[in-house]
Ligand binder design. Sequence first.
Ligand code: R5P
Length: 293
Amino acid sequence: MADKDGFKVAKNYHIDKPFAKQGGFYVKGMQDVDWGMKTRLSSIFQPGSGHTVMLAFDHGYFMGSTSGLERLDVVIPPVIDYIDVLMATRGGLRTCISPSSGKAVALRVSCGSSMLDEDLSHEVIGVSIEDAVRMNASCMAVQTFIGADGEKDSLDNLCKTVDAGLKYGIPTMGVVAVGKQMERTSHFFKLATRILPELGAHIVKTYYCDKFEEITAACPVPIVVAGGKKLPEDEALTMCYRAMAEGAAGVDMGRNIFQSLDPVAMVQAVNMIVHKNATDKEAYEFFLHLKNK
Ligand code: R5P
């Protein structure tokens, strides 16, 4: 293993150069995966734009009923038309969401303790690969905790899920967790978003931060941006716009959509930025227009 202090040369992310190994398939870094995995990736990243709008409503797996998600069966269906991927638990999907939505599924497969626990970084894999196949998952989502007590176990969860998914052509999405122990700096996110694809993750979910274009440049797979805590709608749309302009392949938003003053308007505004190259200003104007109708 190289010594940690031995790298004194300044880093060069070649921001001006497009990803080089791109021929043959449009999803970043996925040129050489199997046909079945490519069909699943195509159900996540829309062939027209190459991008994705994921709706995260898996919060209940450790938070119970989150504000805005007290009733998955009531809150989620109205926004489904404007998203590409349902990111959720198998329980949330089976009990509350119609299987006829036609949307891809990012199935949360890792789980741990509840929000009552001080340290949430100790997760296990709680869904078998057979059940992920039964759920027709387009990808499996595993939480990882770089810099936390549970770092090693969470990376083990990721590697085992990648191995299981490779047997059946199901991609794995590595989710970068932030928490009390983890700094939200570009240094931290650069570390995390490179470790996960090196270990085999096909998609990385992370947070927007400074120097985001360096993060997307150094990550050889698509990055989807997490929404995080609820922001005013204009700020959330600006974050979404900047992330896309700086190389993200989409968003995986939860609270900024379902806790919005108007979730159906908000999800359409997000969709405009992700799929139709709208600016944040245009998207916010559209949001206000829909909201005031
Ligand atoms: C975060 O990565 C967890 O999976 C969450 O449960 C969820 O996906 C977060 O969504 P948001 O921060 O956009 O509400």
